[in-house]
Design a protein around this ligand. Structure first.
Ligand SMILES: Cc1ncc(COP(=O)(O)O)c(C=O)c1O
Length: 411
């Protein structure tokens, strides 16, 4: 029997068997069609079973399916790095492959920690993170996420030391946002006066905190935060596992800001949502600190499927699709749609890029709306009392209209 993720198997209904994907739709064994309005956990970018990506995967599988990535390299990995290089700031130029989002963050945290050990700053053992962040389910990623969640609190005694910073939530109609941001930065300043030289890295989901509630905060706050912690020599990790690849309307969330991280973590839409693949990208400064005649100063970390050629081939094709005018035009259409369509009874409505989210009065109400959507062939998944829409970029306008209609009818 299969044991599903994030599922209380005692009460959950049996899974729906999906036999096919078709653009924004999933098709069940019974022939029912479900509009995937959360891109299957923020993964699928260009639509399910996209033919060009499927063909790229087939071609690569016939040529080279996998090879150990220590002694060997291969075209798909090199082509992917060359493609991403054109999209990323030139300071982020060292690419470390792995195969899922949690691990890409885990790797950034380990690199940041070891960086300070390697340069002789041995007391930097504490991380900074944002309250309500989510960075994955491995121990390092959990340590950096919010300990209060039911997903992680069972394990909290095993976490490494992390200081969490409050988040000034931004939504339609929020009041005194600048004041709230200033108070948080002032509190952080006091913490840093005591602990600044013990902090190794700040980890954030830039602008949008996803899995713990689709919470938005302002560019201005992110910039103040980064500039403040930089005063103490701390490294900055941007976890763009969810926000990367146009989810916020720009290629990366960091492109909305005037600050740059020392690490960016990418996964999910990196391969177009087809195969597990992740990257932790860092700077020459960090990389150089690992160069030594002493082998123990190297980054002694790796995974069996590091830089899998088939996953890299999917990612190269996905990047090519992102490069097309039609893709960007479609993304802009979705952004405009959210901006111009009201959900009058929504609480704390917030939208960024192709994502819109809002709260309802209770978890029961969120579940009620989710069930009505399901009956109408629309798949959404609440986060507590938050509902959100996160469509693949191929979603049609009439599907968006239908989704808003169903939400507005039952809310
Ligand atoms: C921002 C962020 N980081 C990390 C992860 C973990 O990624 P994965 O589920 O691939 O381990 C997620 C997953 O939702 C995420 O949203």
């Amino acid at each position: 029997m299969i044991w599903r993720p994030f599922t209380q198997e005692k009460i959950a209904p049996p899974p729906v068997k999906i036999i096919r994907g078709d653009g924004a739709y999933l098709i069940s064994k019974n022939g029912d069609r479900y509009l995937d309005m959360i891109s299957s956990w923020f993964v699928n970018a260009h639509g399910h079973s996209h033919l060009e990506i499927a063909e790229a995967i087939y071609e690569q599988a016939k040529t080279l399916e996998h090879v150990i990535f220590t002694k060997f390299s291969h075209d798909p990995a090199e082509k992917l790095v060359n493609g991403l290089k054109l999209l990323l700031p030139p300071t982020l130029n060292k690419y470390f492959f792995s195969d899922n989002g949690s691990t890409s963050v885990e790797i950034a945290a380990k690199m940041a920690y070891q960086y300070f050990k390697n340069i002789g700053e041995k007391n930097r053992n504490i991380f900074l993170s944002l309250d309500g962040g989510y960075h994955g389910d491995t121990f390092g990623a959990m340590s950096l996420s919010g300990v209060d969640s039911i997903y992680h609190s069972t394990f909290s005694q095993l976490f490494f030391k992390t200081v969490t910073i409050d988040v000034p939530e931004y939504y339609d109609g929020v009041e005194d946002i600048e004041q709230k941001e200033t108070e948080i930065i002032e509190r952080l300043d006091r913490t840093l006066t005591d602990l600044g030289d013990k902090i190794c890295a700040l980890v954030v989901e830039p602008l949008l905190q996803g899995a713990f509630g689709m919470r938005l905060y302002r560019t201005q706050f992110l910039e103040r935060l980064v500039n403040k912690v930089r005063e103490y020599g701390t490294l900055i990790i941007f976890d763009e596992v969810m926000t990367g690849f146009y989810r916020t309307g720009k290629m990366f969330a960091m492109n909305h800001t005037n600050v740059l991280p020392d690490f960016i973590c990418l996964s999910k839409a990196l391969s177009g949502g087809f195969l597990p693949l992740a990257l932790t990208i860092t700077s020459e400064k960090v990389y150089d600190a690992f160069l030594s005649d002493d082998k123990s100063k190297a980054f002694l970390h790796g995974h069996s499927y590091t830089a899998n050629p088939i996953a890299c081939a999917a990612a190269c094709k996905s990047l090519e699709i992102f490069g097309k005018k039609e893709t960007v035009a479609k993304i802009e259409e979705i952004v405009k749609f959210h901006k111009s369509h009201d959900i009058p009874k929504a609480l704390k409505r917030r939208s960024i890029g192709i994502i819109t989210a809002f709260d309802v009065s209770s978890e029961e109400e969120a579940n009620f709306i989710t069930d009505r959507a399901w009956e109408n062939g629309i798949f959404i998944r609440p986060l507590g009392k938050t509902l959100y829409l996160f469509p693949p970029y191929c979603v049609r306008n009439d599907d968006l209209v239908r989704t808003y209609d169903v939400i507005n009818k039952y809310l």
